[in-house]
Structure formats: C-alpha cells, structure tokens
Design a protein around this ligand. Structure first.
Ligand code: B12
Ligand code: SF4
Length: 469
C-alpha cells in the first residue's frame, strides 16, 4: 500500500487587470485550513497568487509540478472571475483533481458558481476547517458526499445544498494558521511587516450591507486572551511581525475582554503597534485609552451615515453622538482614526447625502472611506435592489466599493460619484495636511505621516491638472 500523503493545494486567485489593489495580508482562512490538514497528515501548499505575482499560466505550471488531488480556491466578489479561471486551470492540469471553492462570494452565490462553472466540483459554505477535512477524507471517491454539512455540489445535473454546518464553538482548539506555507517576508503594509490576527468570529449585528453575521454566525465567538496573546508573540518571534492588524469585525464587542487583551500586551511587553476596526457603541474613553497604552495606533469605525433615518435603513444601530464621542476619544488617545461611510443606499436623497458629508467634515476623522453601497451576494441590499428592478452592473470586478453598481432612478449614480469626488477634493486640504503633519512628524503617528505625504501629493496633482486645463 502506498504511504504517500494526499496533496492539497490552496489558491488565492491571481489579481487580474481591472481589479483594485489592496494591501496584502496572509490569507488567514486558507492558513487555518492548511494547519488542520497538516495536523491530519496531508501535504499542503498555498499559492497566494497576488503576493507571489503568480498569473494563471504560472499557477498551471505550479499545479503541474505539485500534482495535488484537491485544489481549494478562495473567493471574494471582485476576484470571482479569476477564481473560476483558476478552477479551469486546475482541471486542465488533471481532470481528476477535485476543485473546491469557498470564501464569502462562493458561500452566498453557490448555485450560480456551480451553474456557471463546471470546473468547480464543490462549494464550501461558511467556515471551512471541518468541512475540508471531511472532504479530503472522502477524496477521490466522494461516495458519501451528501453527508457532509456546509457544502453545495452537483449530482446528476442537479445542484444539492446540504444542511448548514454548525459554527466551531471552541476557537482555541484550532491550530495556529500555518503561515509557513506563505511567503511571510513579502507582506508589507505602510513600510513594515504587518501580520494579521483574528481573535473572534461572528457578529451579533445585522447591518444590511454586510454578510459577517451569516458567514460566521450572529454569536460573538471569542478566543481566550491567553491564546490570542500567545499568537501575537508567535507572530513577532517566529515571523518577525513589526505590527499587528486585528481583522476582527468588532474587536471591542466584549469591552472587558478587549481590555484584558490590552493589559496582557502591556504586561508581556509586546511593544508592537497595532490597528483594528470596531463600532462606536462598544467603546468608551477608558477602553480607547487602554488600547492606545497597548500601542494601538490606528482604528476604524463604521459611521456609515450622518443621517439617523439612513442609519436605521442600514440597520446600523449607532448614533451621531456615539460616533462623535468615539472619534474624539480615539483621537485624544493619539490614534489615527478612519471612518467608513456608505453612500447611495436605497432611500438616500441628495439631502441625506449632504447631511452625511457635512457630518463627516464636522467630526474630522484622519481619513474617510466613502464607499458606494455595494450589493454583495448574501446581503439584504442585493435583495432590495433586485426587488426594485434597478439596473445593476454584473461586472464583479467593479464590486470594490469605489464604483457605483446600481442606478437609483431618483438619485443618479453619477451625481453620487461627483459629490464623493468633491468631498475628497475639499477634505484633503492644506489644513488637513497640517493636522496630519503635526500628528505624524511631531507626535509620531506613522499613518498620519503617510497621509501628510499623500495629501500633499494629491493637492499637487490637482493643481497641476488645473494648470493643464
Ligand atoms: C482581511 C480582509 C481583507 C483583506 C484580505 C486579506 C486576505 N489575504 O485574506 C483585504 C484588505 C485584501 C480585503 C479586501 C477586500 N475585502 Co475584505 N475582508 C477581510 C476580513 C476583515 C477578514 C478576512 C479573514 O481573514 N477572515 C477570517 C478567516 C478565518 O475567514 P475567511 O477568510 O472567510 O476563510 C474562511 C471561510 O471563508 C472558508 N474559506 C475561505 N476560502 C476558502 C477556500 C476553500 C477551498 C474552502 C474549502 C473554504 C474557504 O474557510 C475559511 C476558514 O474558516 C473580512 C471580514 C471577515 N469577518 O471575514 C473582510 C471581507 C472578506 N472583505 C470583504 C470585502 C467587501 C472586501 C473588498 C471587496 C472591498 C473592500 N473595500 O475591502 C476587498 C476585495 C479584495 C479583492 N481583491 O478581492 C467582505 C466580503 C464580501 C465579498 N462578497 O467578497 C468581507 C466579508 C467583509 C464584510 N463584512 O462584508 N479584505
Ligand atoms: S458592518 Fe460590522 S457591525 Fe455591521 S454586521 Fe458587518 S461586521 Fe457586524
């Protein structure tokens, strides 16, 4: 009997032309699954194509040389076409390879993916660690595939969805993400090696533009403080992390736990700068001060709107007062504060849009992401736009929040885009530059330094463009 290990390759699809570039982080989800498989004696590789600059041709060569029996592909909406192409590449290498696809896009567009692309054999919905192990055990026969929870597959030209898989209850029981399979030295953000950590999964809120609570459940499942602190030290000592990016949806949902993590970072003298995202209703001045003391230098709040009626429509249960306070306290603590805002959600009017932009100007964040409302698969927003029958782009590459995707007959997308542009033109002003220069160069905030330079370049570029006109 052969003792060769079964081989499994994971793929983050190549970045193709027309897809917006983002800062690159190691793919936590793929690395968790790789760790689980390795523990169970499988041979694993991860091809994180964007960071390794692998295109489809090179991916094919890599797979030809590795000869895996399973290829597992991650999917986000803007990269889905590239993910499907990667599936075809895998089948070209060997028809017998079982091609699996997971991640947020495939999870909520499982039927579409399987209908559109015969090269994909199985879609894994939601959390993948347990499902992939069961699938790997059944490969290649897959005789009892219908017993596996959390998958969608094809059988006799029919698409079958098995029951949802219950969420993993004890996240501490998972092995650490196997970053040894990715080129850790290549992940640089803002000039330093910034490595990610996910200390919790699940979100108890149900904002109508977001899939977090369907993807990872409506219960906040947290890892223990010790488990988190040990991983941070491991990222620093084993992989040379120079900063940590907390990728949790709402890091401070449990304020007591967040403070405990900060105390642990201080006690253990971790001394790494870090950033996170959270909500304005789950922070206090004291919590933010503690975070800053533990070297948090950057935080992001979902403000979403400045108009309470629109926030209710978005199901974002925070108030202007909470947002104002949170931003003020975070800035007082010395953090670089970004706010995220959604423009053009159904129900938006010119007046609510203006109210939002005025509110953002008033609270003076250090940066602002003005996102066009984007109907990702699985969101209530998508259902709403479909129900109105509005014209909607089917070009997934554009689903990056920087492009208007649908046309509200009462509020033309072009007008929203113009208001967005005009806002940025005013926001990155000489006054903004000075604020960031002081915070960056005198008070030492790295992100402010970067934004001082970026805003200066932006103003220069606009001035040159005007002269050319
Ligand atoms: C970090 C992050 C990023 C990083 C990605 C880094 C990386 N290498 O993964 C960056 C900054 C690049 C990024 C960019 C974007 N992101 Co983002 N991001 C996240 C975030 C905060 C954490 C991801 C993470 O690590 N999760 C933890 C791990 C454990 O989960 P996971 O990656 O989903 O993997 C699990 C399962 O999905 C599944 N799985 C995943 N892949 C596969 C593959 C196989 C074969 C199998 C079997 C299973 C499987 O198993 C994994 C383990 O349980 C999530 C929010 C969230 N809560 O997940 C948003 C999220 C994924 N992002 C989102 C969005 C909208 C974007 C952007 C489109 C827009 C934007 N402005 O940010 C861009 C698109 C980028 C692109 N080029 O496609 C949405 C997804 C919507 C969608 N349909 O695509 C999310 C869910 C945020 C949200 N709440 O809406 N993002
Ligand atoms: S936007 Fe944030 S708070 Fe709202 S559902 Fe998504 S992750 Fe949760």
């Amino acid at each position: 009997m052969s003792t060769a290990k079964k081989k499994i390759a994971f793929v983050t699809p190549p970045l193709e032309e027309g897809v917006a570039h983002h800062p690159l982080f190691p793919p936590i989800g793929l690395a968790y699954m790789a760790a689980v498989l390795e523990q169970n004696n499988y041979e694993v590789k991860i091809y994180d194509c964007p960071v390794s600059e692998i295109n489809h041709e090179k991916l094919k060569a890599e797979l030809e040389s590795f000869q895996p029996s399973i290829v597992g592909i991650g999917s986000m909406t803007p990269t889905i076409e590239s993910a499907l192409k990667s599936a075809r590449v895998a089948k070209e290498v060997n028809q017998d390879i079982k091609v699996l696809m997971g991640g947020p896009h495939a999870t909520f567009a499982d039927t579409e993916v399987l209908t559109q692309e015969s090269a994909v054999d199985v879609v894994v919905r939601g959390e993948g660690e347990e499902t992939i192990l069961e699938l790997a055990k059944q490969t290649p026969e897959m005789q009892r595939i219908g017993d596996i929870k959390g998958i969608t597959f094809r059988k006799n030209n029919q698409i079958i969805q098995t029951a949802d898989r219950p969420f993993i209850q004890n996240l501490d029981a998972l092995p650490r993400p196997a970053y040894k399979y990715v080129p850790v030295e290549k992940y640089w953000v803002a000039g330093r090696k910034l490595l990610p950590i996910m200390t919790s999964r699940g979100c108890p809120f149900q904002c109508s533009f977001c899939v977090a609570s369907q993807m990872f459940g409506a219960r906040f499942r947290a890892r223990s403080t010790k488990n988190v602190l040990d991983e941070i030290e491991w990222l620093r000592d084993e992989y040379g992390a120079e900063g940590i990016a907390f990728q949790d949806d709402t890091l401070t949902f449990d304020k007591r736990r967040a403070v405990e993590i900060c105390d642990g970072m201080i006690e253990r003298k971790i001394n790494l700068p870090w950033g996170c995202g959270t909500r304005a209703d789950v922070v206090t001045r004291e919590v933010l001060a503690k975070m800053a003391q533990a070297h948090c230098n950057e935080t992001m709040f979902g403000v979403e709107s400045g108009c309470q009626r629109m926030r209710d429509v978005l199901k974002k249960r925070v108030t202007n007062e909470q947002c104002e306070n949170a931003i003020k306290w975070a800035k007082e603590a010395g953090m670089f504060v970004t706010v995220s805002v959604i423009l053009g959600y159904p129900g938006e009017t010119r007046e609510t849009l203006q109210e939002t932009l005025d509110f953002v100007r008033k609270i003076e964040p250090d940066d602002v992401w003005l996102c066009h409302a984007t109907p990702y698969p699985g969101t209530a927003l998508l259902e709403l736009v479909k129900s109105y029958g509005w014209k909607m782009s089917e070009d997934w590459k554009l689903y990056n929040t920087m492009n208007p995707i649908y046309e509200d007959p009462k509020l033309p997308a072009k007008e929203i885009a113009q208001m967005r542009k005009a806002f940025y033109n005013k926001f990155y002003s000489p006054r903004y530059f000075l604020r960031q220069a002081v915070k960056g160069y005198l008070k030492g905030n790295l992100y402010s330094k970067i934004m001082a330079r970026t805003s200066a370049n932006y103003m220069l570029w606009r001035a040159k463009a005007k002269v050319k006109l």
